[in-house]
Design a protein around this ligand. Sequence first.
Ligand code: PMP
Length: 886
Amino acid sequence: MSTKEMYMGREPPVKKVLFWCDRCNVPLIGQKCGCGAEGKKISLLQPYEVRPALKGDMDLITRLVHEQFGTVPLPRIMLLNKTGGVDRADLVIAHGGRFGWLTFDPVNRRFTFDIAPEALPYILDHASKGIVDLDSVAAPGEVRGRIGGKKFTLTVNVPEGTVIVKYRNRYGTGTVKEGQIRVKEVVTVETRRPANPDWNVAIRKNQTQLKNLEQEAIRTIRRHMNDRPTANISFSGGKDSTAALHLARKAGIETAFFIDTGIEIQETLDFVASRPGVEIIEKGGDFWQAVEKTGPPGKDNRWCCKLLKLQPLKLYLAGVGPCVTVQGNRWYESWNRASLEETSQNPANPLQLNVSPIRAWRALEVFLYLWWQKVEINPLYDMGLERIGCFLCPSMLESEYELLRETHPDMVARWDAFLEKWAERKGLPDEYCRWGLWRWRALPPKMREVCRDRGIAFNDDYSVRATQERVVRPVEVVRGEAAPGPAIEEAGFPVERIRRDFPILGDLVYLDNAATSFSPEAVVEAMVEFEHRYRANVGRGVHRLTQIASQRYWHAHEKVAAFIGGKDGVTVFTKNTTEAVNMVAQGLSWKPGDRVVTTILEHHSNLLPWTHLKEQGVEVVVIPVRPDFSLDLDAFREAVEAAPPRLVAVTHASNVLGTVTPVEEIARICHEHGSLLLVDGAQSVPHMPVDVARIGCDVFCFSGHKMLGPTGTGVLWMKEPILEPTMLGGGMVEAVTADGFTPAEGYQQYEAGTPNIGGGIGLGAAVGYLEKIGMEEVRQYEEELTSRLIDGLKGIEGVHVYAAEDPAARIGVVSFTIDGLHPHEVAQRLDEGAEIMVRSGHHCCMPLMEHLGLPEGTVRASLALYTTRQEVDLLVASVAEICRGL
Ligand code: PMP
């Protein structure tokens, strides 16, 4: 049930009137004025929010009134009562009554001030224009009898808009439109020149009430500040939280935090920085990257808050623990907040109990209080903004965005450029950007009406309808000022810049990299370039395209070989690790009694091809791990010494435990005993420098798709071409006779048929990308993240972590379980509750799971070079949350 429905027939306990002291000519927040007089009631319009007109508002109203009526003096105290409209629609209150309406039309991008008849006594004496004398401008004979509510045809040209209407010695207001004037009412007006106090007078006259408000708010905070072990203040830089900060500090709470979303207006950042003792929390993600993929946020689609605010809040709270947070939320801000209680449990985070001490204040009380207390206020309010926050917040009014166009042109230009590009990509009409229609995923009734009136079509789901062909373009990579491409220039690892090369990351927290990784734009571009420019088969012709394709495909092999220090061997492209291992198992000739030694750490892909050989009489020995999850090297040595195996097949790094095996030592033992060594590098190559020559293995297999390359790519490297080709056909032969063939040299003999050419070239680009960053740097960075993750998880009660102790002997693959929860359940909760993607189950390592006594498997988080510290912390915080909820 929506909050609105909840209140159908039962309105929240809001004040619907404003009191006014006629004697002092000031608004009152209570019923009684400081002068002793009783205030008179002024009815307010829903949502009954009322606030002082600030400098920007005053300047705007003054400009509009002067344009219409000449230099009319305006009262120093004016109030704005926000009302529902297409965009900005404020009832302007002055001198204890209605003074006019200030509106903004998002279509013609204009502000309008419509004078109220009640304002006439104060301006008639001064108005030098904008007065229409009915006797002289209406068609002869038309003005007869009752005038109010009637329309008259004008005989002279009068600019459209609200005018003062004069008829004999009576006055009223009227609206001119399309050569006609509609008169509201004409009455005898007595001009008035009342006292013109300023806001200081209003503060003095409201002092008793302000004191009461303060005391009550401080009492509220004190009542709850010890409900949890610690208390803090949520500060946004806006007026409400400025008041909350001030009150909470008076109540004795010092700690305050501000979440920097990365799309704040500079004035807010400066303002926050000038507040002592406010901790600034880093944003949760990069808005500019996420928006390229996700599209503009909407009032009804606030993905940005989740990414930029809720995630960092969760991290902050995870560090703070259970706490009371004082916030400045108020009933009058929106219907959603009208039900706000004194305290409320944050639904998204059980750690936080929110206290809202000013929930019953209107903006009027907030400003009066801050002025009374001489508390500095964010300067953006005086510039005409009403809502402080992200500069492109969909909840902002178009009128505010229009003001920003003048005050912050660079920011607006960046967002406008994005919107235009997005509209082009989706084939949406210009109005999508120009009128601010992007602010809704589904247009609300008022905007549907605007669109209907002006011929802008929308779909059944009320989204704006595309009018042109969509321009199919890949998601654009945000190469901001600081994203020229990967390179270690900064002191730390340039993860932020790296992330910008991965458009898919957007708002995702992807921790399933051991299964497959994402590809950077350089890889995608290389593949697209192949498709767009030189797609042709390889090694089969002389025309120019086949020459280019063959050369690039060959060069990709060279790059991959160099990347693993394997230039002297044969580098074969396969579709994955699995295919590479199978090619070895099937390409060697086996005889009964041959032995294969492998380990319990192996992925099914490096186990089944060997156990399958048992059918041919091959003996398969499986080496266990020690209790610290390291490979039992003694058992290995014994097994090899007992009877030298034909082949040893061992993983370089476990895809479950992250354990890195001592492959160099294993290679030494193998060679002492004349055994071939196959290393499965699926999990090592993406995360550490690998040098097959240094390792001393005979065969090295790995997957391209786990190391930023395309799916469907993998590598089989051999020191010597020891295998018989298992796949026969085109492309792998030098010469063919009627009854035989001579295989081609090098990798070709193992790549029969047309290979995955674009994929292979993409894999070459992935290698280039990783080389630019540097595998040693990747290794160091991931090692630090891995320790952070393991330590974080180990600190949570009920969590068991299965990882090697030595940071140098493990990669960023971390398995864990939670007591009482199936791993799939944990993975699902992490996805649904925190949008974190991890793997769960046996990870294609059933024998290992059995060995560990974990028949249901584990939850596995696996990192990549684009994983951030915040993501690791978010996972730890989310796991802790799941455990607390058990
Ligand atoms: N070996 C290991 C260690 C792995 O982690 C994986 C993939 N999880 C494989 C082999 C199989 O890789 P692919 O699916 O690319 O063949």
